[in-house]
Ligand binder design. Sequence first.
Ligand SMILES: [Zn+2]
Length: 386
Amino acid sequence: MPTPVQDVRRLHRRLVLRTLRDHGPQPRADLARRLALSPTTMTKVVAQLLDEGLVREGATDGAGTRVGRPSTEVGLDAGARHVIGVQVGAGLVRLGLCDLRARAGNVRSFGFDLAGEPPARVVARIAGAAAALAEEAGDRLLGIGVAAPGPVDPGQRRNVLSVNLGWREVDFADPLERALGVPAVVDHNVRAMALAEARYGDTGGADPLLYAYVRTGVGAGLVIGGQPFRSGTHGVTELGHLRVVERGRPCACGATGCLETVVAEPYLAERARALLGRDSTDPLADLASAAAGGDGRAGAALDEVVDRLATGLASAVNLLNPALILLGGAFRTAPEPVLDQVRKALRARAFPVLRDTVQVRRATLGPDAGVVGSAAVALDRLFYDV
Ligand SMILES: [Zn+2]
């Protein structure tokens, strides 16, 4: 058991690290003021962090830019420790080595056979790929985070269900810890992306933040009061399984007419193929461009997709009152007129006071969002101690 004095030191330490993460390099005096700590205490905490090599004085911020005047400002040394971030998607794994700002480097990916490859084998392949990154990080490696394609257990070690992959109770943490010798933490992929946007994205501190991810399915993650929202046992918010169509298509979850049956990428691809007469790698953009070119059927299909997405988002707005909705996956790269259409359709459906305050924007973290998200989860647990 740590003594009360050790507890207080630990608290001060993580407050300083989080402040440097969120507000950048600054003089000790500013840090002390911001955290309402005495200059003497701050001097001690910073001396300890300098000793551990976690901060630098007047040094670079890990991105090669010189920040502050030498020996007056203290900044996080983002490259001092690393975590491995792993995103497990439908048939695709991406992983990378991330620094203390969750910036991903050395990102690699491999495909797996959804139908034929047992999940334990996929986990073993992740361990193999992660071992190479672990070797690169050496003793600077704190642990590994996994963004899983569905709800996780309360201990954040297993993916309890993935309806789109047909997985149940897939143990990620135990095999990865055995293989790598560092702690592992597992979280729902979209909640991990929401957390990454709140901590490291360009979101201007918007809170609550709702992240809606449209890919093979439709997922949502929520950050409230700076913390990822985990309700109930599994802490999931299943936006994709809100019913938006009466007597609609059967969904992988067992219900019918779920949002993801009429908005996610397989449906978009199907509509594009039917209406444009060809396979499309970006069906949303292709439908939008055909609609803009005067194709009335493509326009109607796009309107329908947007209306249904907005119906789902309006329910989320009315229940949760987010300040910001970030659209990730297929909608992150959607043409601007499609985003405007979503905003307009949402305004027509959400409760008056709430629709006036909520903003809808593209996700800010790019194609590595899942890798960064899993790293954010691991850093929160293993470094910033949230
Ligand atoms: Zn469903």
